[in-house]
Ligand binder design. Structure first.
Ligand code: SF4
Ligand code: SF4
Ligand code: SF4
Ligand code: FES
Length: 351
């Protein structure tokens, strides 16, 4: 027997929650602490629904779906209750959407929009805005944090770096890096998983600040150019300036499930660096000069032949790169072994 949501029938998968069945079938229920990767948390309460025969409203993110269950997600009672919850969350922080980097990409904003909340009804925000810009790539604004716990869960269980936790209780609850150190002085490795999981603008990439609204940036899916793992990522590109503004991991990639390391997520400056080498260079009298391939290839061939003749094949070594294709690496090792006659061939992911 299927489950019924808002009068429509849906098939169940074993172990799925009501929220998961709804989201899989494009039925929106506000949810701020649940994330497919960090799982159910039951913290924000925004995902409450009505279930026939059950007392009160129930959080759908930790309610296992059962055959024959009749669920309502959009009644007045449900939406009024969701509205109060989301309103309280919104009222508890400094949410200035107009100037927030997360504007247009914020799950709290989406929930407020869905429920018709124009502005917070209560004045519960802390008097001071507490920010932390001590780390190189990540900016923290605790006044926007909704204590959903996704970052803590992600840092602890997904990337297993165990830097983030909650300090204090109640209104004083705050995310903490290594027991209240500034982020830049903690053992954080700047992997950015917390940035990726944060539903609001509380932990963001610092280098994207002021460089374009989310809807202005073109999203380009590609594979990380650094190592052989081949993480799938999305570049957020300003086409007019031809610049990469930020990088995010692709959540449904079986290779990396949205996770990236510090190089893949933040090491993209080289793409538009003025110092980038764009032509082959030949060193003459201690100085490099630009050359073209037609000049360089015979020049290198002549040099390699001369070295081989004078010192033997093993005087030559070749380094290739994990950034190029398997076929190119195959061709390179073949060249080193059969043409040069040496096994001195290796690769480095950073080349
Ligand atoms: S975090 Fe979201 S709700 Fe808060 S100011 Fe930013 S966009 Fe608005
Ligand atoms: S950047 Fe990575 S290591 Fe640092 S706090 Fe976030 S999840 Fe943890
Ligand atoms: S920083 Fe973001 S992910 Fe972490 S608890 Fe706050 S709102 Fe949630
Ligand atoms: S998403 Fe269910 S309690 Fe937060």
């Amino acid at each position: 027997m299927p489950i019924f949501i808002n009068g429509r029938e849906f098939e169940l998968k074993p172990g799925e929650t009501v929220l998961e069945v709804a989201l899989r079938n494009d039925i929106y229920i506000p949810h701020l602490c649940f994330h497919p990767k960090t799982g159910k948390a039951g913290k924000c309460r925004a995902c409450i629904v009505e279930v026939e025969g059950r007392r009160g409203l129930l959080t759908s993110c930790n309610l296992v779906a059962e055959e024959g269950m009749k669920v309502v997600t959009d009644s007045k009672q449900v939406k009024d209750a969701q509205k109060i919850i989301v309103d309280l969350i919104l009222s508890s922080g400094h949410h200035d959407c107009l100037s927030c980097e997360q504007n247009g990409n914020c799950e709290l904003q989406d929930a407020a929009y869905y429920l018709g909340i124009e502005r917070p009804s209560f004045d519960l925000a802390p008097a001071e805005i507490e920010t932390d810009n001590s780390s190189e790539f990540i900016f923290v604004d605790r006044s926007k944090c909704i204590s959903c716990g996704r970052c803590v869960e992600g840092c602890t269980r997904t990337v297993v770096n165990e830097v983030l936790n909650f300090a204090n209780r109640g209104f004083e609850t705050r995310i903490s890096f290594d027991n209240e150190l500034p982020m830049g002085e903690s053992t954080c490795v700047q992997c950015g998983e917390c940035v990726q999981l944060c539903p609001v603008g509380a932990i963001i990439d610092s280098r994207m600040i002021g460089r374009g609204r989310t809807w202005e940036l073109e999203k380009v899916e590609t594979v990380c150019p650094y190592c052989g793992v081949g993480c799938k990522l999305e570049m957020h590109v300003d086409r007019q300036k031809n610049e990469i503004i930020r990088v995010t991991g692709v959540e449904d990639s079986p290779t990396n499930e949205g996770m990236l390391c510090v190089k893949g997520r933040y090491g993209f400056d080289f793409v538009s660096s003025q110092d980038r080498i764009t032509t082959p260079l030949i060193k003459e009298n201690g100085k490099f000069r630009a050359a073209d391939w037609a000049e360089v290839i015979p020049y290198v061939g002549k040099k390699l032949k001369a070295i081989k003749k004078e010192f033997g094949s093993d005087a030559i070594a070749g380094l290739t790169s994990a950034k190029v294709t398997n076929e190119e690496n195959f061709a390179f090792q073949k060249f080193m072994r059969s043409e040069i006659g040496t096994n001195n061939v290796d690769h480095c992911a950073r080349l």
